[in-house]
Write a protein that binds this ligand. Structure first.
Ligand SMILES: Nc1ncnc2c1ncn2[C@@H]1O[C@H](COP(=O)(O)OP(=O)(O)OP(=O)(O)O)[C@@H](O)[C@H]1O
Ligand SMILES: [Mg+2]
Length: 335
């Protein structure tokens, strides 16, 4: 059972698009739970149309339709988190679920920031708040019987993301081929190290409640590699301009994220893939509310683009395979 976050404090590198496409790709072999912990809610916006999202945010027909609704009792001091509703993706044959995001999630930033520091004093509510996403994911994962959980987060190093990452066994870093992503790599590496160490100290003060202790995350946040997302390359820039940044990723990733000597291992072995710019397929996929590799002539895909759709399927299949092996997923079940 693996929970994997896709994270980089540089915005717009393609985190959400990756989580969306990999969720669909993994759902061919596994039961998948996608989790939208970014208050921008772009992942939820890829799965649901505006009317469905509005209904969910208004409370809709199920209890705890969004992550925010499920954690609200704890936030308001009226109890603990509740079982969240898992939205089944249309066309996902019941194998793909989503924990729906909400912009209100940003209201948790201050409480999470305060609670993190209070964990140092062994405060029980502080531990409940800090671990609320981890415990929520655990509840949903067991209800949905998910084999794998993919988590989308926003582009920052704030308290919401710290709590989100704490919920994850593995962290994968999507990078754009630019200076900002290189800097992001260093920042993320430093933050992960600090968060891991602080959580380890806090856990020595974990409260006595056996059920809560059992549900607290171990906070390993193991780095499982990076992906180079080429769509963010500006077309008129010479190849040399972005090659300069890509060449630095292997050593910086080793040193700042894996905390290993630069020379250790062979260069590039931490790179999961370099993903293409799929150009017009992406807006078509957004319009049709399906992954690019599932686009059909009925969605407006003809000629050359059909070849491109097949290539896209192969690319994502390969990426999913590498991630499955790096994150120690079980052998795919026969569904
Ligand atoms: N492989 C790709 N090919 C073409 N376009 C892409 C690709 N990946 C992402 N995009 C486009 O790039 C833009 C940014 O992608 P996305 O929203 O996934 O980034 P993000 O890292 O989640 O952003 P944020 O930091 O704001 O959460 C979107 O318009 C998306 O459609
Ligand atoms: Mg995003």
């Amino acid at each position: 059972m693996s929970t994997i976050a896709f994270f980089n404090n540089k915005g717009g590198v393609g985190k959400t698009s990756l989580v969306y496409h990999l969720s669909w790709m993994f759902s061919l072999d596994y039961r998948v739970l996608a989790v939208d912990l970014d208050p921008q809610c772009n992942l939820s916006g890829m799965f649901l149309d505006e009317r469905e999202l509005e209904e969910a945010w208004d409370g809709g027909e199920h209890n705890n339709q969004t992550i925010y609704q499920a954690i609200s009792p704890l936030k308001a001091g009226r109890g603990d988190i509740e079982q969240p509703h898992v939205h089944e993706a249309e066309g996902g044959d019941g194998e793909l679920g989503l924990l729906i995001g909400e912009t209100n999630l940003s209201l948790c930033e201050d409480d999470l920031s305060y609670s993190w520091n209070m964990c140092g004093g062994g405060d029980e509510r502080a531990f409940r708040v800090t671990s609320m996403f981890a415990r929520l994911i655990k509840k949903a994962r067991s209800k949905f019987k998910a084999d794998i959980v993919l988590v989308d987060v926003g582009p920052n190093l704030g308290a919401i993301n710290r709590a989100a990452l704490l919920s994850c066994d593995y962290v994968i870093l999507p990078l754009g081929p630019d200076m900002f992503s290189l800097q992001g790599l260093k920042n993320v590496g430093m933050s992960l190290k600090k968060w891991r160490n602080e959580w380890k100290e806090y856990m020595k003060k974990a409260p006595g409640d056996a059920e809560l202790r059992d549900d607290l995350p171990d906070g390993r946040m193991t780095p499982a590699g990076y992906l180079v997302m080429r769509h963010s390359v500006r077309l008129n820039r010479p190849t040399k301009a972005y090659a300069h940044w890509i060449e630095q990723f292997p050593a910086v990733y080793r040193e700042k994220v894996l905390l290993a000597p630069r020379a250790a291992g062979s260069p590039g072995e931490d790179c999961i893939a370099s993903l293409k710019d799929y150009r017009s397929l992406m807006p078509m996929a957004q319009e049709s509310r399906k992954p690019m590799f599932n686009l059909k002539p009925g969605d407006g895909v003809f000629g050359e683009n059909q070849k491109y759709v097949r290539r896209c399927y192969d690319d994502f299949k390969k990426v999913a395979k590498v991630i499955a092996s790096r994150c120690q997923l079980p052998e795919p079940r026969a569904i």
